[in-house]
Write a protein that binds this ligand. Structure first.
Ligand code: GLN
Length: 201
């Protein structure tokens, strides 16, 4: 079977690092800026960056509704940090004009780890990723305040939820694309392969 085609939403944020990590996980990766490009991918990564900016640009580029429609239809999607915020059904502390794509029944708190702890690294055990814990790079990261019944918590740090999966939607507070360890991207590309094969979840 040919490699799954995985897009990285390329409106703002750390697009290049995700493209490299996806390629290392044997996906055919490319940037997505237009609805026509979104229509061609088997799965999508929403990168870290600034969630309000990404949300406003998605509306401006006519991508917000197509994104919602594809996520609702079951396209595999993976959001890191700001991308996690975009996948939340609800933001506890949104900025004005900030919308989300939604897809995961969870409430996120932006910049949750606070000023003292703006950026840090921590070992994180992620369900579905075997071997050593993942090196979690947290940069003004959100955490998940609560999840609904259909969302599964995959990881916690200091008692706070930092990775969640609901069906074909995956989200992490941290940035695996910055570490050179591609196991989380491989977990996601496996989700995309399974969806292409038509496997039941
Ligand atoms: N704090 C940012 C936001 O609210 C997220 C930071 C990140 O993606 N590294 O969007």
């Amino acid at each position: 079977m040919t490699a799954p085609v995985i897009g990285v939403l390329a409106l703002q944020g750390d697009v290049r690092e995700h493209l490299a990590a996806l390629a290392a996980a044997d996906a055919a990766a490319g940037p997505v800026r237009r609805p026509e490009e979104l229509a061609e991918v088997d799965g999508l990564v929403i990168p870290g960056g600034e969630s309000t900016t990404i949300s406003k640009l998605a509306v401006l580029f006519g991508l917000m509704e197509p994104l919602r429609a594809r996520v609702r239809a079951g396209m595999p999607v993976y959001g890191t940090c700001a991308g996690m915020i975009l996948l939340a059904d609800k933001i506890l502390d949104p900025r004005s004009g900030q919308e989300t794509v939604g897809g995961i029944d969870m409430i996120v708190r932006r910049n949750a780890f606070g000023r003292q702890n703006e950026s840090f690294e921590a070992a994180v055990e992620v369900k579905g990723v075997s071997g050593e814990p993942v090196e979690g790079v947290f940069i003004r990261a959100p955490w998940v305040e609560s999840v609904g019944a259909s969302a599964e918590v995959l990881a916690e740090h200091d008692g706070h939820i930092v990775a969640v999966r609901q069906g074909n939607a995956l989200a992490t507070s941290f940035h695996p694309e910055l570490t050179g360890d591609h196991r989380v991207h491989r977990l996601f590309t496996d989700m995309v392969r399974a969806e292409r094969r038509g496997d039941a979840l």
